[in-house]
Design a protein around this ligand. Structure first.
Ligand code: HEC
Length: 90
């Protein structure tokens, strides 16, 4: 194999690795919901209805009363997902 072929080969491997990393990261965004909200009920229940920020805070509070434990940081991540999925009303 000449030097150029080797380089092409390395570049192809590099591309494959980065593509799979990007795909993996894209999925990772929603695992906070799977991990925190998918135990007692299906995580899909979270995506059924749009709510205002206040209402979401109330939902999260109600889940905490039922036994959910989340840190402030995790709460922020949950709101990021809700925002991204356009589940927050103004
Ligand atoms: C400890 C168990 C538990 C966990 C963890 C949990 N839930 Fe729930 N959730 C429930 C139960 C029980 C209900 C049943 C419906 C009811 O009684 O209102 C429910 C219902 C809901 C509903 C529907 C309520 C309605 O009035 O429409 C939403 C939305 C919801 N959960 C969101 C979440 C989100 C978001 C999380 C994660 C941050 C979460 N839940 C985690 C127990 C849990």
């Amino acid at each position: 194999m000449g030097g150029l072929e080797l380089l092409k080969c390395l570049m192809a491997i590099f591309c494959l690795v980065s593509v799979s990393l990007i795909a993996g990261c894209g999925k990772k965004d929603y695992t906070i919901i799977e991990a925190k909200c998918g135990n007692c009920h299906k995580s899909e229940i979270v995506y059924l209805k749009k709510r205002s920020i206040d209402e979401w805070n109330r939902v999260l509070y109600a889940m905490q009363l039922r036994g959910l434990t989340i840190s402030e940081k995790e709460k922020g991540e949950i709101f990021d997902v809700l925002k991204e999925k356009k589940l927050i009303n103004n």
